[in-house]
Design a protein around this ligand. Structure first.
Ligand code: HEM
Length: 400
């Protein structure tokens, strides 16, 4: 019986998702499983993009095999039926007052999932037994923690101790993508929260804004993301902001040459210089003003000072509301990527091919981005008896 109900719920989700994407004239083959989870159950390793199998059938077979410890659609159907609605409404309300919450939450999700999986470890504050991931250099400019915490607070009033912070984060990020003009994607739930944090791993493994294409592909590759999926995820850089500190070496002193990055369009470079003027007296990285530039892998910026100005990744929403993604890739093709890491996507044939494809085919991008976000949201999750469900997202439950 449970199997039949699960199938019906999945079919309904697929229908909703399909129509959500079809609204944008796209077509989506719905499937995604995590490249691995921490239940001991090994999920299929093939990419949803690999072939034309009947992916829905494959998906359902997989689900029936591992029902006990895998994620489920509408996991909170009985235990907290209003959970997803509370999250959706919460994000919509915050977004209406402050649209910048959307990019902040998407980035927060990436930084959580990329480091040891989607387990809300990034949300934990330091205490006597735990060093917070928030202290890792790449995480010091993260935002949106308060939004997740306030939604969790509302959930606790209705269903105490039921909905994990990891699920709140993935569902909040999905709503953020939608609010920002991105595609809808179905998500399963039932993630559990980590009891530890991974500061050193975050410091070491989150790619730097100065990362080369080899480093980017290696870091995403070890997490099961191929070139296509990696390039599609970068489409998130079509919204939000970046501080000048993260790319101003490209304007003033690229690789210690004292000259700008030759891979940066000259007109764009001039434009950026007005937004990010060279200033030796500006706060240096790590002073606590503006984003703190990482000491190690996230750093390497050598502009000799740096301003703490901010540049709009969406270029003031040039291209209108439905600009999510496409314009970013078009600009990469014009050598107008902001960070070195962004522009690196055109630095190798396999990735440039996808930049080109997404620049000309919005629907292809939206489909691929949706699939990659599903995959990212399922990456290395804790389920079943592993982890816990925190009551406050910044704190591990006290030992009884
Ligand atoms: C090599 C990979 C990546 C690097 C080096 C990188 C680096 C950065 C940096 C330095 C910023 C600016 C932060 C600030 O100034 O406050 C940023 C912003 C952002 N990143 Fe990434 N990122 C990467 C991949 C991704 C991925 C895969 C996603 C999502 C799927 C993502 C989503 C975002 C978003 C939405 C923002 C805007 C944040 C805001 O406005 O609050 N990034 N990223």
């Amino acid at each position: 019986m449970r199997f039949i109900i699960t199938c019906l719920v999945i079919a309904l989700s697929v229908y909703v998702a399909y129509h959500g994407l079809e609204y944008d004239h796209g077509f989506i083959r719905l499937t995604t499983r995590s490249p691995g989870n921490r239940t001991g159950v090994k999920a299929p390793e093939k990419s949803p993009f690999d072939d034309n199998d009947d992916l829905m059938t494959w998906y359902m077979e997989d689900d029936s095999d591992h029902q006990s410890y895998s994620l489920h659609y509408d996991f909170y159907q009985d235990s907290c039926p209003t959970a997803e609605r509370i999250i959706t409404i919460g994000i919509r309300e915050v977004y209406a007052a402050k649209p910048s919450v959307a990019p902040s939450l998407i980035r927060l999700l990436f930084h959580d999932c990329f480091i040891e999986g989607c387990d809300a470890s990034v949300l934990l504050d330091a205490d006597e037994s735990l060093t917070s991931e928030k202290e890792a250099s790449p995480n010091q400019s993260l935002k949106g923690f308060d939004v997740i915490e306030s939604i969790k607070f509302e959930l606790e009033k209705v269903c105490p101790g039921v909905v994990s912070c990891a699920d709140v984060l993935v569902l909040a990020a999905r709503e953020a993508v939608l609010m920002a003009g991105g595609p809808f994607y179905p998500l399963e739930t039932g993630r559990r929260d980590s009891v530890v944090a991974f500061k050193e791993i975050a410091e070491r493994e989150l790619p730097s804004p100065q990362a080369s294409i080899s480093v980017i592909l290696a870091r995403f590759g070890t997490r099961g993301f191929n070139e296509r999926e990696t390039v599609s995820l970068f489409g998130a850089h079509s919204i939000g902001i970046t501080h000048c500190t993260f790319f101003e070496d490209r304007l003033y002193n690229f690789s210690g040459t004292g000259k700008p990055d030759p891979d940066l369009d000259t007109g764009f470079q001039q434009e950026l210089k007005t937004k990010c003027p060279y200033s030796a007296s500006a706060p240096s990285p790590g002073t606590g003003v503006g984003p703190s530039i990482p000491a190690s892998d996230y750093g390497g910026v050598s502009s000799g000072g740096g301003s703490d100005g901010v540049v709009d990744l969406s270029y003031n929403n040039e291209g209108g509301e439905m600009n999510f993604g496409t314009r970013y890739y078009r600009r990469l093709m014009q050598k107008k990527g902001l960070m070195y890491a962004d522009q690196q996507l055109t630095g190798r044939e396999e990735t440039e091919m996808w930049v080109r494809a997404y620049a000309s085919d919005t629907q292809l991008f939206r489909r691929d981005f949706a699939m990659s976000m599903m995959k990212l949201s399922n990456y290395h999750v804790l389920t079943g008896p592993l982890g816990q469900v925190r009551t406050t997202c910044s704190k591990v439950l006290p030992k009884i």
